[in-house]
Design a protein around this ligand. Sequence first.
Ligand code: IMP
Length: 194
Amino acid sequence: MKITKLVVASHNDGKVAEIKTLLAPLHIEVQSAKELRLGDVEETGKTFEENAKLKANALSLMCGLPCLADDSGLCIDALDGRPGVYSARYAPNRDFNEGMKMLLKEMDEAEKKTRKAHFACYMALACPNEKVKVFEGRVDGEISEQPRGDKGFGYDPIFIPEGYDKTFAELGDDVKNQISHRRRALEKFIKEFK
Ligand code: IMP
């Protein structure tokens, strides 16, 4: 199937910018749901995969175009995988500085003394009249003792990817876009549609 136009089902500017950069080599016209003034879809699923699928399907129905939706989040081993699918909602009023403080405190108090964590990303592609396809990516790493760095978004200041000693927020987009969970999911998408 040849895709020439794609709607990215996200209202998160940071994520949309990353996805646009990563898809640039495909020469697909990419627009976000926000740019098209399409409504937000409620994430009622219990897993990343369910949420990605329901967002992609709902948006594709709304606009009649192929839609790519991602659901992603931070899964911390010491917290049994939380905040996971609730990563966005865990931060009060989407204040991620506060959210990071809360997570670090929860980890201090947790019985499991591991700092291991991963970012997970599930990308669902819904095309009109076709079965939705899902692509998955993850990046493993550790949670830093304190937030560090001012680049990126969300929980980037507390996530140190494996093989590095800096957080995503210190490393910045060039490095992050090479190794991120979104990159890895999109690579699978790109392989299928190149
Ligand atoms: P959703 O996929 O829009 O439901 O939101 C996922 C949430 O997970 C985001 O709001 C961020 O808080 C967090 N998240 C997902 N990917 C990243 C990332 O690459 N860096 C930092 N935080 C992320």
